[in-house]
Design a protein around this ligand. Structure first.
Ligand code: PEP
Length: 253
């Protein structure tokens, strides 16, 4: 199996004044000493340029939290991949909050994934089931549909990043068990293997997201099909995010 570089990604969502975000960036000093993990933070669009400047020498990648698929045009309030590319190298796509509150469809996501790759942005494609879907035994069916539609006719680069985020575990303090997370991530890898090929599937990075903290990050990262974490709340605290990143590095060493 090829060596997959693990990822520690922080989604700052719609949080932080400029002063708070500056302090958070200052608090991340030293994170580059944690070897063997790609670190990514996703501030709001308004703070992307500021955070890119602050973290320019830190080795931390900066991500948008969304983007429009079109390179430019009459799409009031949206941000294009061309604009994003000037301040960020990565982009979150299909976060469950975008799917739930902003009606993001699989078809729109498919366009966004294709466009991000065409514009040399590294997407983190988020997938995951809602609570009622898990309770109905539909987790795999949901993941199968999301992966098939979101990646339809995409040329998938090696190392592509998918975040498995069960919606019921996001921001609830109720993380999935490591067995639930591993099973879902293994299933995602198997779907990619079926849709593309086993060699490609072995290269893709699959992150777990949902109430990750320094205390549980190592347990998730120790699972064979989990290659890191996408972190919401705990990434707003620099020490917690560094702790999570260190735990991932230790588990994958
Ligand atoms: C997220 O928003 O992607 C997330 C995983 O949030 P939290 O870590 O707060 O559950």
């Amino acid at each position: 199996m090829s060596k997959r570089i693990p990822v520690s990604a922080g989604n700052w969502k719609m949080n932080g004044t400029n002063a708070e975000v500056d302090a958070l960036c200052d608090g991340l000093a030293g994170i580059d000493q944690i070897r063997g993990v790609e670190v990514v933070v996703a501030p709001s669009f308004l703070q992307l340029a500021r955070v890119s400047d602050k973290l320019a020498t830190s080795g931390v990648h900066v991500a948008g939290q969304n983007m429009h698929a079109a390179a430019s045009g009459a799409f009031t309030g949206e941000v294009s991949p061309t604009q994003l590319r000037e301040v960020a190298g990565w982009v979150l796509l299909g976060h469950s909050e975008r799917r739930q509150h902003f009606c993001e469809s699989e078809e729109a996501l498919n366009d966004k994934v294709r466009s991000a790759l065409e514009h040399r942005l590294t997407p983190i494609l988020c997938v995951g089931e809602q609570l009622h879907e898990r309770e109905a035994g539909d987790t795999e069916a949901v993941l199968k549909r999301q992966i098939a539609l979101d990646l339809d006719e995409i040329y998938l680069p090696d190392g592509f990043v998918i975040a498995y985020e069960p919606v019921w575990a996001i921001g609830t303090g109720k993380a999935a068990s490591e067995v639930e997370a591993q099973d879902a991530c293994a299933y995602i890898r198997d779907r990619v293997s079926q849709l593309f090929d086993p060699a490609k599937a072995n290269t893709i990075r699959i992150l777990y997201g949902g109430s990750v903290k320094p205390e549980n990050a190592g347990t998730f990262a120790a699972q064979p099909d989990i290659d890191g974490a996408l972190v919401g709340g705990a990434s707003l605290d620099a020490e917690s995010f560094k702790g999570i990143t260190q735990a991932i590095a230790d588990a994958k060493r």
